[in-house]
Design a protein around this ligand. Structure first.
Ligand code: FA5
Length: 345
């Protein structure tokens, strides 16, 4: 039965219980007991409808005031609990503001990235632009456009990761950076002076100088009269700047379907200064990449007239450049994530 006496009783009882609050848990219990879904005040609201009309408004107002007072009191108690909790936490966590802080260790660039940036900088100084191309390549760009038709034995030089066909096109992880030559020449008229640093992939048995995933830097220079002497001058200038030494280079006759004539680029061994050691297999020379004069068929496949334009291309192993520069004896270190190795750069 809803009466003034009843409400006064509840109010008294509430005030006594408030004194017992010492935690979030007891606070919630008291809230539920009075104001929760089945709390006493909530139930009283449900009784108003049975009162005679003259009492309805009176008790309704009283109950609302009571509810508001209860909520305010509980709110204040909640604040007190939070303050108590925070000051206890601070006491436990007190720290010495004068103690030296922990130094945050900084990451740094991978040696291959360092070398890539240096290579780009040196070539930029000679007027070459640095270009990128896709690592997932089509059969056309990786082989056919480079004068390597289907069933040509030269394809066997590159053990290949074929991946899913797309729109009837055979796709692969590019085996070298040379496809970017054609991609670039299709869209740009000579004079052309670009380098293309990037990853290449081959399904390869790995050893000290071979990985299945490695880096190359391609070079391409096309104009009216570019010849092997220009190639040699550019390479020599590059190597001398890169190794900061008087490096010798040797162009050894070789074969690539996309260049004619073709060469292997050798440099005098950096480890023994050309005298002969284990790194150069006692020859005094180390092979760094391939090069040559761009084959007329490649110019045609790119939409350029070979009667008007000619030039050279080269493709060097970037990992090999890093190995020579820092005298690293195995290519496996580059992807090993071994901090003992990486921290040296
Ligand atoms: C090529 O890839 C030609 N595209 C190079 C070229 C470009 C010739 C333009 C003519 C004109 P080759 O397969 O020889 O050629 O690779 C070139 C260089 O890449 C090698 O000399 C070597 O330094 C590096 N290389 C090749 N395979 C690997 C490998 N598995 N791991 C690390 N480096 C490699």
């Amino acid at each position: 039965m809803l009466s003034e006496k009843e409400l006064e009783g509840i109010s008294e009882q509430f005030k006594k219980e408030i004194e017992k609050i010492d935690s979030e848990k007891t606070l919630n219990e008291i809230f539920n007991r009075y104001l929760g879904k089945k709390g006493e005040i909530t139930c009283f609201f449900g009784l108003i409808k049975d009162l005679p009309p003259k009492d309805k408004q009176k008790f309704g107002a009283k109950l609302n005031t009571l509810k508001k007072d209860f909520l305010e009191i509980l709110e204040k108690e909640s604040e007190k609990i939070k303050e108590k909790f925070n000051s206890e936490k601070l006491e436990k966590e007190s720290f010495d503001v004068s103690a030296p802080g922990h130094k945050i260790t900084k990451g740094h660039l991978h040696p291959v990235t360092l070398v890539r940036r240096e290579v780009e900088q040196i070539f930029r100084g000679m007027g070459f632009e640095s270009i990128e191309g896709p690592e997932v390549e089509t059969e056309w760009y990786n082989f056919d456009s480079l004068n390597v038709p289907k069933d040509h034995p030269a394809r066997d030089m590159w053990d290949t990761f074929w991946i899913k066909d797309n729109n009837g096109q055979k796709n692969l992880l590019r085996t070298h950076t040379s496809p970017v030559q054609v991609r670039y020449m299709e869209k740009h008229l000579p004079p052309i002076k670009i380098i293309v640093p990037g990853r290449a992939y081959r399904h390869e048995a790995t050893d000290a100088s071979h990985e299945f995933q490695f880096h190359q830097v391609e070079g391409l220079m096309i104009d009216e009269n570019i010849n092997v002497a220009n190639l040699k001058a550019i390479l020599l200038n590059f190597f001398r700047k890169f190794f900061k030494k008087d490096v010798e280079i040797r162009l050894r006759p070789s074969f690539f379907p996309f260049t004619e004539p073709s060469f292997e680029i050798d440099i005098s061994c950096m480890v023994c200064e050309g005298k002969g050691c284990s790194a150069c297999k006692k020859t005094g020379w180390v092979e760094l990449g391939g090069a040559g004069i761009v084959h007329p068929n490649v110019l045609k496949a790119s939409g350029l007239n070979p009667k008007l334009w000619q030039g050279f291309a080269f493709g060097m192993g970037m990992d090999r450049l890093v190995m020579m520069k820092y005298k690293i004896n195995h290519i496996k270190w580059f992807n090993s994530s071994d901090l003992r190795f990486l921290k040296q750069f």
